[in-house]
Design a binder for this molecule. Sequence first.
Ligand SMILES: [Zn+2]
Length: 310
Amino acid sequence: MIAELENLTDSQVRYVAKLLKGADSVSQLVSELEERMVERPECPHCHSSLINRHGKVNKMQRYRCKNCGKTFVATTATPLARLRYKELWIDYIRCMLDSKALRKCADECGINLKTSFRWRHRFLALPSVLKATKLEGIIEADETLFPYSEKGSKQLTRQPRKRGMKAKKRGRSKEDWVPVLTVRDRAKNTYEAILPNITTTALHQELAGKLEKDSVLCSDGYKPYIALSAKNDLIHKRLDVAGGVQVIDKVFHIQNVNAYHSRLKAWIGRFHGVATKYLDHYLGWFRYMDTPENLNENKLFSIQQQLMGT
Ligand SMILES: [Zn+2]
């Protein structure tokens, strides 16, 4: 085929070149930038000309600078980077679904760590608003605690906890722990809220209008749940797990919500502690991921489309 090229006319050569460069204007510009990188190699970070090829990202050649060690693609530090970025979002979301760490996501998508951080929170924010609006049938409610964290904040408002040191008081200590309320029915509709205190008023405000009348609320019997049930015409089943009552009448228990908490904690654990101010984002993302129907290309594509508009 290459030998044949010599027999082509000038316009045919231009046509072949166009085909090879790709149809849309962005791809053409990208391939021109890649050609330029071959002719005049230059690291966009330190301007060294000593660069190596370093795999591919999203069909683009990736390079690694021998001088500063940073990786980049031809569009790095050009206005085109933003356009290419949007195409990378879907890959980034995939990395997130695999619960990969910030740096790993950054490496796989060929973006820097700062961008990886920005994207994560932009993408995380989306499903945090997707919560169940109606819960019915057998409803399980329970709280779980997350350690209070100012991770990533430049100014700490309290003394950081030393590595390996356990929080002093377990339980409902406001300073060290953040209670998360999870309410989940057997159809897996899930509602979550970060509450400073689990009180009757807080529960009522959070769940008003969301619990279908005559449903059965299963809880550990903590008083606010009893009051909540009375106020919302719910039948209340008290599970005294510590006292050995784990199931009542074979169907009333809080094992689904507890299993949900275990999965949530195992997943969040992979991020090695999340800042409390972003906890809501992580909860939302996990709610989204814990529903297998959400994990397909179409759903991902629709998320991507929603993000495109932002
Ligand atoms: Zn460099």
